[in-house]
Design a protein around this ligand. Structure first.
Ligand code: COA
Length: 153
């Protein structure tokens, strides 16, 4: 069965909420309320397998040429099948389409991102990030995630 990626719609909010909540409870993703998801639904993409949502990811604009991959997660039982990479490709295509050449992420999954062409960079080069998500993060002053960046040509 083939996985397809598409833009999320308001009908996906409950599924996205549950998927992200599962990872947020494990401390590997920031939680997103249903209200926030509804408001930001245009930034989300989902991966579908036989009409079931098995993954999600979003693209948040941080600056004139910089965008961040957020809330990237594949449901348990569907990891390691290339779905995460497919979603990343889809998010990179969207960044390209919107003429946003710098794509970054803050992550614990450094090797996954390296496999997808990202390189590790110093977090300090992204002051824009601090004023969006980081201000709401409990680990704001002891961030243990790694920054990764991909430049699109
Ligand atoms: C990280 C995550 C998105 C990867 O998605 P996935 O669908 O399992 O990954 P893929 O199957 O596309 O893997 C692509 C490649 O990366 C490798 N890879 C995947 N996860 C990896 C990991 N944790 N460490 C090292 N390599 C990894 C795979 O082996 C594969 O390599 P290959 O192409 O040589 O076979 C998924 O495991 C996940 O949801 N993790 C929990 C949430 C999370 O941490 N998200 C990141 C937030 S920024």
């Amino acid at each position: 069965m083939q996985t397809t990626c598409r833009k999320a719609t308001l009908e996906d909010v409950d599924t996205l909420y549950e998927l992200i909540k599962g990872y947020a409870e494990k401390g590997i993703m920031l939680p997103r309320s249903r209200e926030v998801l509804s408001r930001q639904i245009d930034t989300f993409f989902v991966a579908e397998l036989a009409d079931e949502i098995v993954g999600c990811g979003s693209l948040c604009k941080l600056g004139a040429d910089l965008v961040e991959i957020r809330s990237l997660g594949i449901s348990e039982g569907h990891k390691g099948q290339g779905i995460g990479s497919k979603l990343v490709d889809c998010l990179l295509d969207e960044a390209k389409r919107r003429d946003l050449p710098k794509v970054m992420a803050l992550t614990y999954e450094v090797n996954f991102f390296k496999k997808n062409g990202f390189e590790v960079v110093d977090k300090e080069i992204f002051p824009e990030k601090v004023w969006t998500d980081c201000v709401n993060c409990a680990k704001q002053h002891c961030c243990d995630e790694t920054a990764v960046l991909k430049m699109l040509n």
